[in-house]
Design a protein around this ligand. Structure first.
Ligand SMILES: Cc1ncc(COP(=O)(O)O)c(C=O)c1O
Length: 321
């Protein structure tokens, strides 16, 4: 088996982790706020640090306020978190095909699936490639629906432009660009939605414990404004994420070197097996692609939708011929 990824121990990591541990504040606190601020300084709007990108996608789904039969469109090639997060909010999942070359969702592949029940399109910046968000933004505006960017494979802090989605969701999972074990960020431009987004990721509470204790307002009530889950990040992981973000350029260079190694080693393999993403300035994930993947990934989404296991799905599809 080829190990997927070995998380790097960059020089200042141990020191910063010790500082966090010794500070006595391990839960959601100043390091989470710092992580949020970095994205907000780059993109404007607001951000909340979540326990994972899956959690961020789930909160984005809750913000969309599902009604019965509402649908979201997701690309056929993605990780299962993308459809599952929206399914868990009650949406029906529509699976759109992807571009043959890039494996990305495009305006052309999403458009045929839009119905009057569509609430959002979720675009995935697969393997670090920048998805064609301009076209999708225009399509969403034209049809009055939301755009959610799944940025699990692409931290866009170095991009010239801010995200174009109504929401963008990031991952600090152990194999991602800035690995912190687990972690995520939900970003949104509309400042009127901040208190709702924060509450949904924090048990429906208004305000967080760090802010209240920093202001010595322990006696203040925390109002439950929404039914929310406990999806917030903790400072131990946020410390790690902040250090990794400081080192992201070095980490990208290491990924590019690994990419080149595989590219050389596999150059004489069957043309069916190819790198999905070309080496660009970013390698968010390194993944091999084969023709079978579109089918297998759609299988996952459809099994979620039908609440059946994979074997039964295959039986059903075989019976259909
Ligand atoms: C495209 C995509 N979206 C979402 C996720 C979920 O990220 P997390 O592990 O932070 O929940 C992943 C994880 O691999 C992913 O690849």
């Amino acid at each position: 088996m080829i190990p997927l990824y070995r998380p790097p121990i960059v020089p200042e990591l141990e020191q910063k982790m010790l500082e966090c541990l010794r500070s006595g504040w391990w839960g959601y606190g100043p390091e989470c706020h710092r992580l949020e601020s970095r994205l907000v300084e780059h993109a404007g709007g607001w951000a909340v640090a979540t326990s994972s990108c899956t959690a961020a996608l789930h909160v984005a789904g809750r913000m969309l306020q599902v009604s019965p039969d509402d649908e979201v469109i997701v690309p056929a090639i993605t990780f299962v978190s993308t459809p599952m997060a929206f399914r868990s909010c009650g949406f029906r999942i529509r699976v759109a095909d992807v571009d043959d070359e890039t494996l990305l969702l495009t305006e052309k592949t999403a458009k045929p699936l839009i119905t009057n029940r569509t609430r959002a399109i979720v675009v995935v910046h697969l393997y670090g490639q920048k998805a064609p968000v301009e076209g999708l933004r225009a399509l969403c505006d034209e049809r009055g629906i939301s755009l959610v960017e799944d940025c699990a494979h692409r931290l866009d802090l170095d991009d010239k432009d801010r995200p174009l989605g109504d929401y963008a969701c990031y991952s600090f999972n152990a194999v991602k660009e800035a690995p912190a074990g687990e972690g995520g960020l939900l970003w949104c431009l509309d400042e009127r939605l901040e208190s709702k987004g924060r509450a949904l990721s924090n048990l429906g509470l208004a305000g967080d414990t760090w802010q209240r204790s920093a202001n010595l307002q322990h006696r203040d009530y925390q109002f439950y404004s929404e039914i929310g889950l406990k999806l917030r990040l903790q400072d131990v992981a946020a410390t790690m994420a902040n250090v990794m973000l400081d080192n992201r350029r070095n980490l990208h260079q290491k990924r590019q070197a690994v990419f080149r190694y595989y590219e050389r080693a596999l150059q004489n393999c069957s043309p069916e097996l190819s790198f999905a993403a070309q080496l660009n300035e970013r390698v968010g994930m390194i993944q091999l692609s084969s023709g079978a993947r579109i089918k297998s990934d759609s299988t996952t989404v459809e099994t979620i939708e039908l609440c059946m296991d994979r074997e039964r799905w295959l039986e059903m599809k075989n019976a259909e011929g």
